[in-house]
Design a protein around this ligand. Structure first.
Ligand code: PAF
Length: 282
């Protein structure tokens, strides 16, 4: 596995492999790698000649500086893990300057309103930061296919929208969320949970599963009421939002239409750690 620690090293690597006609699969990350990331690489391995990952904690997508500071940084352990999988051909670890040569600023995007829902409401500017770094990484890595986890479903939808609107030559793939035994979605943030908080946090996935049982049987206002009550009764976790949204527009709905697909979304705080998860309703 090659470890590419600058844009120049990456460009030379990409040029070499493009000349040989290699098909490139790419999974960008912010490091603190866990099994959820490994499932992205497995998906990439099946469809590409080369699998490249990147590790870059992107400052412009954090609207809260404490969150940015506390984001786990474990690059050397990450490299060892990547090496041990045997699934990765190269990892790109850019410097800030490689991504933001003109200073830490994000582009303003119009994602047709997808950016105004959920995470967009609670984390202003977040998706402009995500769009900026992902677009720049796509331009540098030039992947044929790119892989993102469904845990960040809104991010996945927004990246698909960006690729469509900017006509970028890359196909975006969503990879199903990997879970701990308790059902808690795997996330780099889980590292910051105490054992007690980790136990409590399983309520997020349990609730989403419950909601799926109530789907189209119980009215949405009643479902919301029940979800609020579950969180009020559970100590150690605070619900930030629960919504049921149209899977395509991500607009919250108060009524189920027959021919539309829906997904339930939760964001909650376990102590200071913000966790998100979602579930397709079937
Ligand atoms: O999902 C993430 O880890 C990040 O948002 C991403 C896509 C790597 C952009 O920084």
């Amino acid at each position: 596995m090659e470890v590419l620690r600058s844009k120049n090293a990456l460009c030379a690597y990409i040029e070499r492999n493009r000349e040989m006609g290699k098909k490139i699969g790419f999974a960008p990350t912010m490091g603190a790698l866990h099994e959820g990331h490994l499932s992205l690489y497995e998906a990439a391995r099946k469809e590409n000649d080369l699998v490249i990952s990147s590790i870059f904690v992107n400052p412009t997508q954090f609207n809260n500086s404490a969150d940015l500071q506390k984001y786990p940084r474990t690059v050397e352990a990450d490299i060892k893990l990547l090496e041990s999988t045997g699934n990765i051909d190269a990892v790109y670890i850019p410097k800030e300057q490689d991504i933001y040569p003109n200073g830490l600023k994000s582009e303003k995007y119009d994602f047709d309103g997808l950016e105004n829902e959920m995470e967009g409401k609670f984390r202003p500017g977040h998706f402009d930061g995500v769009g900026t770094v992902v677009e720049e990484l796509f331009r540098q890595v030039q992947p044929d296919n790119a892989y993102f986890g469904e845990k960040d479903y809104q991010q996945l939808a927004i990246i698909k929208k960006m690729v469509e609107k900017k006509n970028l030559p890359v196909k975006i793939h969503g990879v199903p969320t990997l879970r701990e035994d308790s059902g808690l979605a795997r996330s780099s943030r889980n590292e910051r949970l105490t054992p007690e908080q980790r136990k409590t946090a399983k309520i997020i996935h349990e609730t989403l599963t419950q909601v799926n049982d109530w789907f189209r049987v119980v009215s949405i206002p009643e479902i919301k009421d029940r979800v609020n009550k579950i969180f009020e009764k559970t100590s150690g976790i605070v619900l930030e939002y629960f919504i049921i949204a149209d899977e395509e527009t991500l607009k919250e709905t108060d009524f189920f239409y027959k021919d539309r697909n829906y997904r339930a979304f939760i964001a909650a705080f376990a102590g200071e750690v913000r966790l998100i998860d979602n579930k397709h309703l079937d």
